[in-house]
Design a binder for this molecule. Sequence first.
Ligand code: DC
Length: 235
Amino acid sequence: MTEKSGNITIAIDGYSSSGKSTFAKAIAKKMGYIYIDSGAMYRAVTLACLREGLNPEKMEGDPKLHLILNRIEIIFKLNEETGEYETYLNNQNIEKSIRSIEVSEKVSTVSKIKEVRDKMVMFQRKMAGKKSVVMDGRDIGTVVFPDADIKIFMTASADIRADRRYRELLEKGIRASFQEVKDNLIHRDQLDETRNESPLRKAENAFQLDTSNMTQEEQLEWFMAYFREKLTVLK
Ligand code: DC
């Protein structure tokens, strides 16, 4: 908490494509905090398992999964040209591969596995270290940082979320139909909400923000006002 370390932790959770990462990145930039995309880490593990020929439906308890998790190194490196952080798996840039439909279809199955979650949560806490961070995901306010200074739970209608993800994929040059993208995110939300391990849910003390009718500028404006109000309470 703020009083102990002087560092601020901001946890942003919510449904797939509710705008969490764009919002979290904008906050990190504005505040000069570190941004960590926890979803990219689960995607990286999924890619690693697929590349090793594992079947996500059957790999729980498989010694091969254990080996992969022991060897895995996931880091985020700045792309100087775009100014964006990109995901690296064992020193290889995998930013584009982890956004593919194939990985998107399997990632919720992989992220149900306790061994995978334990390892990722450990990485996430280590990455945050003793700095001020903004982290987005599904269990950040409930499990990773239950004492986060600020917790936000983001929602938006399924159509708006599908449209956002569809455009994002197009921009990255990844081909998929709108319906495919929408079906995938509804399916993932359902798996994320109903899994036994750290299911997607709003932390009791999180603020629920519906961004269906908000522009990115309005979201940031709202955040700055909320942050000031919260900080006054924390002092
Ligand atoms: O945020 P995203 O869509 O890139 O996340 C990909 C998947 O990873 C998502 O379907 C659920 C899982 N995930 C998770 O279980 N816990 C997190 N903290 C972040 C993501």
